[in-house]
Design a protein around this ligand. Structure first.
Ligand code: NAP
Ligand code: ZN
Length: 358
């Protein structure tokens, strides 16, 4: 027995979205069935479905910023009950036993965590993501959405929120340096960037947004940034050499990595979360000079995701969103790539109700 639900699906990288029905498994003893209320559009969905990160498994439904309500639970589930407000991010399973899982770092599971979509599940099927009416996931991969956060503005926290919170936390964005707040630069003001700005500000950092232009300056300041700089300004890299303790790089496209590293103070860190399709060039001299570090970061574990949700609720932080219906997904993808969305597009899944299945 399975649960049949409507979902936005693509049959190939060039094909438009269509409304299809997909099967969700009947809940196993440790599963939770979630009625999805809102699903964020992450740039990773676009990289995946456009085959920019390799060949995706079509037909495919993406989406890993999921917020909704528990509709049913398996017989062994004790932490969740019908009616709970919950979220699911980029993972839906992991071994639970390896050193990384035991340390709450399920995203680094040594036996391979199961991604929310385009990933081989424990039963051998390909996982299907959150642009859909319902999802069934293992109870360990469910987080609680605090009451103060609406579903639509909470959904993006499940990826954009944790992906920026984890490195800001790890690299001490909120710590002082020589008695002053750390100078943190957020590179790129998109879905991840706008969460990174708010979270870094709440942690106590002095935040500068580095964007291609000053078009979003008003927004950046409203999000709490102390200033915004346009990387297109004349001699930008010369003018801002050695200014930052920490750079959070959220850029989805090719960048001159060495030039950005020159913006760090000695011993500064660039934490990279943006994952452009092409390989980037790095000259070791850019990190050897000044003993700098460049470090990757991949979402975050489930406990830290819950910590981030609670942190956001406590500090009044939520995603700034544009709500779209399911028929606007294709056009929205182009707007995301053009950097036009302020700042996260979120699918209102109630628009599935009246949609005809293709
Ligand atoms: P997004 O909303 O499209 O934001 C990306 C930002 O990058 C844009 O707003 C833009 O900033 C900047 N940008 C885009 N093209 C650029 C170019 N050619 N030159 C310079 N800057 C450019 O995307 P997102 O959803 O935040 O995701 C950002 C990246 O993080 C993606 O590659 C995504 O796959 C990756 N990601 C990684 C993780 C992880 O766990 N590490 C998790 C989620 C997403 P401005 O408009 O301000 O210039
Ligand atoms: Zn994402």
């Amino acid at each position: 027995m399975t649960i049949t639900v409507k979902a936005l699906q693509k049959t190939g990288p060039e094909q438009p979205f269509r409304v299809a029905t997909i099967e969700r498994r009947d809940p196993r003893p440790d599963d939770v069935v979630i009625d999805i209320k809102a699903a964020g559009i992450c740039h990773s969905d676009i990289h995946t479905i456009r085959n920019e990160w390799g060949e995706a498994s079509f037909p495919l439904t993406v989406g890993h910023e999921i917020a909704g309500v528990v509709e049913a639970v398996g017989e062994n589930v004790t932490d969740w009950k019908v009616g709970d407000r919950v979220g699911v991010g980029c993972m839906v399973n992991s071994c639970g036993e390896c050193e990384e899982c035991r340390a709450g770092q399920e995203q680094n599971c040594l036996n391979g965590s199961v991604g929310t979509y385009n990933s081989t599940d424990v039963d051998g099927t390909i996982t299907q993501g959150g642009y859909s009416e319902k999802v069934v996931v293992n109870e360990r991969f469910v987080c609680r959405i605090p009451d103060g956060l609406d579903f639509d503005v909470a959904a993006p926290l499940l990826c954009a929120g944790i992906t920026t919170y984890a490195p800001l936390n790890r690299w001490g964005a909120g710590e002082t340096k020589d008695g002053a707040p750390k100078k943190v630069a957020v590179l790129g003001l998109g879905g991840l960037g706008h969460m990174g700005v708010q979270i870094a500000v709440a942690m106590g950092a002095d935040v500068t947004v580095l964007s291609r232009s000053l078009k979003k300056e008003k927004d950046a300041l409203e999000l709490g940034a102390a200033q915004m700089l346009a990387t297109s300004e004349d001699d930008f890299f010369g003018n801002h050499r050695g200014e930052f303790d920490l750079i959070l790089n959220t850029i989805s496209a090719d960048i001159p990595v060495d030039k950005y590293l020159s913006l760090l103070k000695p011993r500064g860190v660039m934490a990279v979360v943006g994952l452009p399709p092409e390989k980037q060039q790095l000259s070791f001299g850019s990190v050897i000079g000044g003993a700098k570090a460049i470090a990757g970061s991949n979402i975050g574990g489930i406990a830290e995701t819950q910590e981030m949700l609670d942190f956001c609720a406590e500090h009044g932080i939520a995603a700034k969103i544009e709500t779209i219906g399911i028929d606007e997904a294709d056009a929205t993808y182009d707007r995301v790539v053009a950097g036009e969305v302020h700042f996260r597009a979120v699918i209102d899944t109630s628009t599935f109700a009246s949609a005809e299945v293709a």
